[in-house]
Ligand binder design. Structure first.
Ligand code: GTP
Ligand code: MG
Length: 326
């Protein structure tokens, strides 16, 4: 997943948010309720610093309600953070966000001190949809694809309430591989930046663990109860492809097409209401990802120390101009 993970417009967005943030009163970070940990941008916390932040777990209509409850509790237990779950297309709950902003920044309001709210989040989580619902107009372009909003846009909700829509932004490096897969499955990553078959296999593994009955109900593989959860992921993908008629000449299953079918069914919630991670799973992935990253970084540092202290060819060790002092 190396290509275009953090393309040019995300660099620009990072710069734009960094410049804008000093004039912002409340940050709304929109998360995908189906991956509330993986869709939170660690880069954003660095940029927004101590600004009051509201986490919106959007697309709750397609997420697992029990897990949404766990995530709301998890976020609310963190200092300086409030979390709400939403379906961005519904006006009444969305408008409650306006009251929440006033609670978070009580000194703002009125023409002299308008409330200034920045809406940000990873691609495709529903930032622009939320803005359109709040403003009751189709002011911001939306679409089921990563990277619809390309430039920051100011929307005047009322004379004393401004919103900024921002393009979706990821972070420069994948530290938690599981999060990378969940983001790709959700549609937050541009299509060219990942291998659909690998993402679909990883998605199937998550679904086998927690939602095997939904897989059986959708694809009707005709297997005895419990068998779907036990299958090898590749055999499962193949069985789904065969059942759905994604077959190439010679009877081979078209795995690429099958991967697309599985991902479309997940994204459109045809499989049912699903959340790909629990707070405890995410914490474990994060701990492991950070530990592996620290090892990687230490190896990189050691390599760069070694190359700096290595003498140029023909020179005795320790005589190089860059020989690192101990
Ligand atoms: N089911 C469901 N779909 C939603 C919800 N909010 C947004 N969507 C859909 O998600 C897709 C992305 O919505 P956008 O508002 O364009 O997302 P965005 O965060 O602005 O995306 P970028 O500008 O690409 O970063 C669209 O197809 C929306 O219709 C929601 O609460 N529930
Ligand atoms: Mg947008």
């Amino acid at each position: 997943m190396a290509i275009q993970w953090f393309p040019g417009h995300m660099h620009l967005t990072k710069k734009a948010i960094t410049e804008r943030i000093k004039d912002i009163d409340v940050v709304i970070e929109v998360l995908d309720a189906r991956l509330p940990g993986s869709s939170a941008n660690p880069l954003l916390a660095d940029i927004t610093g101590h600004k009051p932040t509201l986490k919106v777990l959007n697309k709750q209509d397609v997420a697992d309600p029990e897990r949404t409850g766990q995530w709301l509790q998890w976020y609310d237990a963190r200092p300086g953070t409030r979390a709400v779950a939403l379906d961005a297309s519904e006006p009444a709950p969305a408008r409650k966000l306006i009251d929440a902003c006033h609670l978070l920044a009580p000194n703002r309001g009125g023409l002299a001190k308008p409330m200034r709210v920045l809406i940000c989040g990873v691609p495709n989580v529903g930032k622009s949809t939320l803005i359109n619902t709040l403003s009751n107009k189709r002011q911001a372009k939306t679409g089921d694809e990563a990277g619809i909003t390309k430039l920051e846009q100011r929307i005047v909700l009322a004379d004393d309430f401004y919103l900024w829509d921002t393009p979706g932004m990821l972070w420069p490096r994948i530290i938690v591989p599981e999060s990378g897969y969940n983001l790709a499955a959700s549609g937050a990553i541009g299509r060219n930046a990942y291998d659909e078959e690998l993402v679909a296999l990883e998605l199937l593994r998550r679904l086998q663990q927690h939602y095997a009955p939904l897989l059986e109900a959708r694809y009707k593989l005709g297997l005895p109860p419990g068998a779907v959860a036990q299958m090898h992921d590749e055999d499962l993908l193949e069985a789904i492809g065969r059942k759905r008629g994604a077959v190439l000449g010679g009877g081979r299953v078209n795995l690429q097409k099958t991967a697309e079918i599985v991902m479309t069914d997940f994204r459109a919630a045809i499989l049912g209401r699903i959340t790909l991670e629990t707070p405890s799973e995410f914490e474990a992935w994060m701990a492991q990802g950070l530990a592996q990253d620290a090892v990687r970084q230490a190896k990189k540092d050691a390599r760069s120390r070694k190359s700096k202290s290595a003498p140029p060819p023909g020179e005795a060790p320790g005589q190089g101009a860059d020989a690192a002092p101990d």
